[in-house]
Design a protein around this ligand. Structure first.
Ligand SMILES: C=C(O[C@@H]1C=C(C(=O)O)C=C[C@H]1O)C(=O)O
Length: 255
């Protein structure tokens, strides 16, 4: 594991995130699926339809062994049953055990539903809540995997510069840790690249190739998900949360 391989993972995960966002943008907002309590199947539930969908889906995926992979963290861990699948030997680098639990799934959940979704989805309600919830699940899982991968990023950076990190960890100096692990130029590359991916992946394509989008003003509307919103997603939420995961992981790196 090196900083390069870690960054390769984050780059590939961008594709998954951008595609999942394009998929969700296909549906209207469908607000009733986020109402608590949810009323369906003849009863009142303690959560929204979307949350129930995620909980039940995670339970199934847990049985199939999804969370045996340390890279994956469920949003509702207390509901996750044992895996029924045969054990699989994941080869990825082992995290430091006392710090591996670090994750920001609660923050991801809240930002996705309370801030991001209304910027992404067009207003409207087509009643097709199963499709939107399935789409939300894919977005949430992709975002969670990317952001909580900050644990691996931090592990690599720690191993590469132990002296400096150990001093700041012992001092519990979050600001110093944040400074040590940040690379503004790298963040800039990431943000500009995801915006480009949203443009490339979100075009209409015919048998002749991508459809000409005309002048740049009208082209904005022709992308399936707004590229500047994807930029904003990374700028305001994905990168800051990844760095928060890195700092929190490092604070437990000597426990
Ligand atoms: C993930 C890294 O750490 C930080 C977070 C980044 C990100 O979330 O994309 C980019 C650069 C760093 O400020 C990295 O260095 O690649």
């Amino acid at each position: 594991l090196s900083l390069d391989t870690v960054r390769d993972f984050l780059t590939r995960e961008e594709d998954t995130i951008v595609f999942s966002i394009i998929e969700r943008a296909e549906y209207p907002l469908n607000l009733p699926s986020y109402d608590v309590p949810a009323y369906f199947a003849g009863s009142r539930h303690d959560a929204s339809f979307a949350e129930l969908f995620v909980r039940e889906s995670e339970a199934v995926q847990a049985k199939a062994g999804r969370y045996q992979n340390q890279e994956e963290i469920p949003f509702f861990p207390f509901r996750v049953p044992f895996a029924l699948s045969p054990p699989y030997n994941f080869t990825s680098v082992k995290l430091y055990p006392a710090a591996a639990f670090v994750n920001v799934n609660d923050e991801i959940w809240s930002i996705y539903f309370n801030q991001f979704l209304s910027l992404l989805a067009k207003n409207g309600d087509d009643g097709n809540y199963a499709a939107t919830a399935a789409s939300d699940l894919v977005c949430l899982q992709a975002l969670s995997k990317r952001i909580n991968y900050g644990r691996y990023v931090a592990e690599v950076k720690f191993r590469g510069d132990q002296q400096n990190y150990i001093t700041s960890i012992r001092n519990k100096d979050k600001d110093a840790l944040m400074k040590l692990l940040s690379s503004e130029s790298q963040e800039d590359v990431v943000k500009r690249r995801v915006q480009k991916k949203a443009m490339v992946f979100g075009q209409n394509v015919t048998s002749d190739g991508p459809v000409e989008t005309g002048d740049s003003k009208s082209s904005q509307a022709s992308f399936k998900a707004d590229p500047s919103l994807v930029y904003k997603l990374y700028d305001q939420w994905v990168i800051p949360l990844t760095k928060q995961v890195e700092v929190e992981y490092l604070l437990h790196r000597l426990d």
